[in-house]
Design a protein around this ligand. Structure first.
Ligand code: 4GX
Length: 246
């Protein structure tokens, strides 16, 4: 996977990508990341990338020319490259979309600031508009980082052990079961005895029930899309029957 991020704040992107799982993935050549400074394509002595909106009103709009030149400067790899604009108006980004995007050869991420970008860039250059959630950020940079993080963890080899990808929250559409580590007793609170029993089949079943309980309790909406076995369904009916799931 190759990502190209277009931004007027390249250091914001670099700062996050210099450490952690994504930095390791870059070192191992599992992903490549290009950062393009939109300001490098601005003209005139002030190198402005934004201007006042036609028709008046508050705020500034990113000018089309620097964005167009910046996009034009990005080397296209493969036939599977996609230009994405991060904006609250976009389709909601979720785990299913992360899987879908992870099969692309190149994702070009356009990070807007201010009130947004000139509409003609959206029309001429943008393949898809994505939103990471219903709140307003100060720019597309954090949204681009969120997307790159979520997509990269799905690329084989990016996470250390291969199995953890599948077992992770949302891979079956359910919330995670509770986790415990040492000590066995903390502030008087004990680790559930079953986890110390050594009976791996019992532990697996207990964890599944916990996942189902939690999802039913905190995010029942997720159950509609979850991958459930007939046993899961039976367990859910039982849990729903209980007055309040303890
Ligand atoms: N999920 N924002 C982008 C400026 C902007 C507006 C329109 C292009 C077009 C956001 C989100 C988000 C705030 C990023 C407005 N750029 N992006 N920015 N939520 O809130 O993705």
């Amino acid at each position: 996977m190759r990502y190209d991020v277009l931004t007027i704040f390249p250091e914001m992107i670099r700062g996050y990508l210099d450490e952690g799982i994504l930095a390791r993935a870059v070192k191992r050549n599992l992903i490549k990341i290009g950062i393009t400074d939109i300001r490098a394509f601005a003209k005139g002595t002030h190198k402005n990338t934004d201007d006042r909106p036609f028709g008046g009103g508050d705020g500034m709009v990113m000018m089309p020319d620097p964005l167009y030149q910046a996009l034009d400067s990005v080397p296209r790899v493969g036939e599977e490259s996609l230009v994405l604009l991060l904006t609250p108006q976009g389709e909601r980004f979720d785990q299913a979309m992360a899987w879908e995007l992870s099969t692309r050869e190149q994702l070009i991420l356009l990070c807007g600031r201010y009130e947004g970008i000139d509409e003609r860039i959206r029309k001429l250059c943008v393949d898809r508009e994505l939103s990471i959630g219903d709140y307003v950020l100060s720019g597309g940079e954090l949204a681009a980082l969120v997307l790159m993080d979520a997509v990269s963890r799905l690329i084989p080899g990016v996470l250390g052990g291969d199995k953890s990808t599948q077992e992770d929250s949302f891979e079956d559409g359910l919330l995670e079961y509770p986790q415990y580590t040492r000590p066995r007793v903390f502030m008087g609170e004990e680790v559930p005895a079953i986890l110390l029993s050594g009976d791996h089949e019992k532990i697996r079943r207990w964890r599944r029930v916990q996942s189902l309980k939690r999802t039913l309790d905190k995010r029942p909406d997720l159950l509609e899309k979850a991958r459930l076995t007939p046993q899961d369904m039976a367990m859910l009916e039982e849990l729903k029957g209980n007055a309040d799931g303890n």
